[in-house]
Design a protein around this ligand. Structure first.
Ligand code: NOJ
Length: 569
């Protein structure tokens, strides 16, 4: 199937995120890989997708699930080769599906040749200038340059070793110490990323997801200023914050846009920028990345008023900036929405996760019912919808992965130590130091997919799975849902196909529902979407029911349900 040259193909697309190490393992080593993705091209096609986005598959020591890239222009040998990648792109393109890759520009892996070269070079050298090295404070430079913190806690600085093994300068990392930040004022760094964008575009890649797009530029003249807490969502500095969302970062993306426009159709990009909607949308301007993830629904209250406010605000902002809005309910960093929506009101999700799910009862039936309603609602909105692998199966977060199997640096790095009396196996207590984890991390949404309801790793591969799969996965496997009426998978398939067919202008009209808990809107071609959050059964307008998030009888829409109806107009 030939892909269209329409430069606007992405504006109302359905894009599916693949976390390659957990999608499908073709060689039985327990890790998903590129040939595994190729083998599932038909499955992806059955979802009527416009594109897939692959989380990093580049060579990486995996200090952060691949977001620590050692070589930006290659494939990790554990996941395949560049030839495998080309075959995958061809197989997906043949099915009419485009491909996005993930660009991680803020930091590399500490195993990247440039960082290794920097460590082997002298302070002040050209090689060190590609990263952010500074002398420490204190008599012998033994203290970090300042109190800046990293996302993966605690300090954003790690002291390097000189080639002779003595302690050296400190380098900045806004994430793990294995992820040193690039110096984005360095022209060589800027040019190397242009090379990477062309490298993948020349191989037929259609778009890029840009990791922590708002972090690249820092004000390093403010090393004396304190920055003890990261909360990029709360930033209100109008482009003048020391570390995030600085105005100069937009120069980077304006230069990238010129590269994207060298291709026909122009390459597409989406910014990951955890910022308030207004600032985030600047990244989505047509002369920059073009699109930005809208994360506002991720932590939103499940109620009509909140959803309507978020939708209206984002549609307006997107229109003003010349972009389309995106809708995101899940990704590889988030607790799955089925789980969030099934927890008692007021539950602190991250604390619940940390308790391995023991803190509060999870109502799986309710969670899945609400999650499907929320999904159907977002799929009917004007704009582009992002779906995360496993969402179409109705998977929940795996909240009780044994601690020794966890991989995420968020788990390993967010710890406090406490001196206390410890007793092992009923023995006499001794004085010791207890390690207490304060964050569970993101492994629970990254567990390999169940393709079949039996077999060692539920069809993921022949050799087990790199994160343990729970037994309940069998009921959610693809083969348990294929062609099963009203299964979550079939509802996604029906909805995504109908969405493609009825997609129209990027407008919606809210209709009065008469119930504050019911939202009802139409698109301009008679496509109605109605969601009943917590309201009374709602009488539906006449017309053909295209799809319902949960089946119901008659013409009254029950609570926690969303439906699409097609009227003549
Ligand atoms: C955002 C990515 O989504 C996340 O998985 C990663 O840990 C950080 N950026 C650092 O690259």
């Amino acid at each position: 199937m030939a892909l269209s040259k329409d430069p606007d193909w992405w504006r109302q697309a359905a894009i599916y995120q693949i976390y390659p190490r957990s999608f499908k393992d073709s060689n039985g080593d327990g890790l998903g890989d590129i040939p595994g993705i190729t083998s599932k091209a038909k499955y992806l096609k059955s979802l009527s997708l416009d594109a897939v986005w692959l989380s990093p598959f580049f060579p990486s020591p995996l200090a952060d699930g691949g977001y620590d890239v050692a070589d930006y222009r290659n494939v990790d040998p554990r996941l395949g080769t560049l030839e495998d990648f080309d075959q995958m792109v061809k197989a997906l393109h043949d099915e009419g599906i485009r491909v996005f890759v993930d660009i991680v520009p803020n930091h590399s892996s500490d195993q990247h040749v440039w960082f290794q070269e920097a460590l082997a070079s002298k302070p002040g050298s050209k090689a060190r200038d590609r990263y952010i090295f500074r002398d420490g404070r204190g008599k012998n430079g033994e203290l970090p340059p300042n109190d800046w913190v990293s996302h993966f806690a605690p300090s954003a600085w790690t002291r390097s070793k000189n080639p002779d093994g003595t302690p050296g300068q400190w380098y900045l990392h806004l994430f793990a110490p294995e992820q040193p930040d690039f110096n984005w004022d360095n022209r060589e760094v800027q040019l190397d990323f242009l090379k990477t964008l062309r490298f993948w575009s020349d191989r037929g890649v259609d778009g890029f997801r840009v990791d922590v797009a708002h972090a690249l530029k820092k004000d390093l003249s403010k090393l004396n200023k304190s920055y003890p807490k990261i909360d990029s969502f709360g930033i209100n500095q109008h482009g003048k914050d020391i570390l995030f969302d600085r105005d100069e970062v937009h120069e980077v993306y304006r230069e990238w846009r010129k590269v994207f426009n060298e291709y026909n159709p122009p390459r597409v990009a989406v910014a990951e920028a955890y910022l308030q909607a207004k600032r985030r949308m600047i990244y989505a301007r047509p002369d920059e990345l073009g699109q930005a993830f809208n994360f506002d629904l991720l932590g939103a209250q499940y109620d009509a008023r909140t959803y309507k406010r978020i939708v209206s605000e984002n549609l307006e902002l997107a229109k003003n900036e010349g972009s389309s809005s995106t809708w995101v309910l899940n990704n590889h960093d988030q607790v799955r929405h089925t789980t969030k929506l099934g927890l008692p009101k007021g539950t602190k999700v991250h604390e619940w996760l940390l308790s391995d799910g023991k803190d509060a009862p999870l109502d799986r039936k309710l969670g899945l019912t609400r999650a499907k309603a929320a999904t159907l609602f977002t799929m009917a909105l004007p704009g582009c919808v992002y779906i995360y692998q496993g969402e179409e199966l109705g998977l929940f977060e795996v909240e009780d992965i044994p601690h020794h199997d966890l991989q995420d640096p968020v788990w390993y790095r967010n710890i406090i130590t406490k001196r206390q009396r410890i007793s092992f196996g009923g023995r006499k207590p001794i004085n010791g130091v207890a390690v207490i984890h304060t964050e569970k991390g993101r492994d629970g949404c990254r567990v390999p997919l169940p393709w079949s309801s039996s077999g060692k790793s539920f069809g993921f591969g022949s050799g087990g799975a790199h994160l343990p799969q729970p037994l309940w996965f069998k009921d959610f496997a693809v083969d348990a849902q294929n062609n099963v009426k009203d299964s979550t998978l079939e509802i996604y398939r029906t909805a995504l196909a109908a969405r493609k067919k009825f997609q129209s202008t990027e407008e919606l009209t809210w209709l009065k529902s008469g119930d504050p808990e019911v939202l009802h809107f139409t698109r301009d071609n008679g496509w109605h979407c109605i969601i009943n959050f917590q309201g009374k059964p709602y009488t539906l307008p006449k017309g053909e029911i295209l799809v319902a998030s949960t089946p119901f009888k008659g013409r009254k829409l029950p609570k926690d349900t969303c439906v699409w109806i097609k009227t003549d107009k």
